[in-house]
Design a protein around this ligand. Structure first.
Ligand SMILES: N[C@@H](CCC(=O)N[C@@H](CS)C(=O)NCC(=O)O)C(=O)O
Length: 212
């Protein structure tokens, strides 16, 4: 049995939960809730960066989420996560890096309030991070994205769904202002990918596509 160190609201943890389900490995993993701020967690002992997600396989720690995805992809009988064709693979991995980058920036916006005393909050730093998110959303909007892969999303699709929902959950940027086409995209994704609903962060605002 593998173990996944994660936390309910973690968008990177959610990406792995959905990836596990898509490749049919959900039942092989025990979810372990981690408080990343706790000074002596098992996660920190096995992953000195103290970040989540961390996947434990045969007492070995696998991190970060990109490496976990690579591991799952290569250990599943049938995985749509990463295309086999070399050019397509590079394209999807770059696209995933864009979605991961949106999440990294979104997390830094949250940490600016969470980790600093109020009088040390730096507006220009938050705007710098929000700029990354806004430019990425504008790039996605320019492609008029359409989700059409049914229950077999690739890892860029999964990470985009996590990013859209994380922005709604923590409200760093209203993505609708910059990428209105994503509403149709997420509606189709939510209706097609079974792990979308059970992996939603608890307390996220209702939306038409979030009603299972
Ligand atoms: N590049 C990492 C990012 C993971 C990440 O930033 N996780 C956040 C929670 S979603 C975290 O563990 N933050 C705690 C910390 O930075 O100490 C990945 O892809 O797994």
């Amino acid at each position: 049995m593998m173990k996944l160190f994660t936390a309910g609201p973690s968008p990177f943890g959610r990406k792995i939960k959905m990836a596990l389900d898509v490749v049919g490995l959900t039942d092989n993993v025990e979810l372990v809730a981690v408080d990343t701020a706790a000074p002596d967690s098992e996660n920190r002992r096995l992953n000195p960066l103290g970040k989540i997600p961390t996947l434990i396989v045969d007492d070995n720690a696998i991190f970060d989420s990109r490496v976990i995805v690579d591991y799952l992809h290569h250990n599943a009988a049938n995985s749509p996560l990463i295309p086999a064709d070399n050019a397509a693979r590079t394209k999807i991995l770059t696209r995933t890096a864009l979605m991961d980058g949106i999440l990294d920036a979104a997390i830094l916006v949250v940490y600016e309030s969470r980790m600093r005393p109020e009088d040390k909050y730096v507006d220009s730093f938050v705007e710098y991070q929000r700029g990354k998110i806004i430019r990425s959303l504008a790039m996605l909007e320019a492609e008029t994205p359409v989700y059409s892969k049914g229950a077999a999303p690739d890892i860029a699709d999964i990470t985009l769904a996590c990013a859209i929902d994380y922005l709604d959950f923590r409200k760093q940027v209203n993505w609708r202002d910059h990428a209105p086409s994503l509403e149709r995209w997420i509606t189709e994704f939510a209706a097609s990918v079974p792990s979308y609903h059970p992996s939603l962060p608890e307390g996220i605002e209702p939306a038409p596509w979030r009603t299972a």
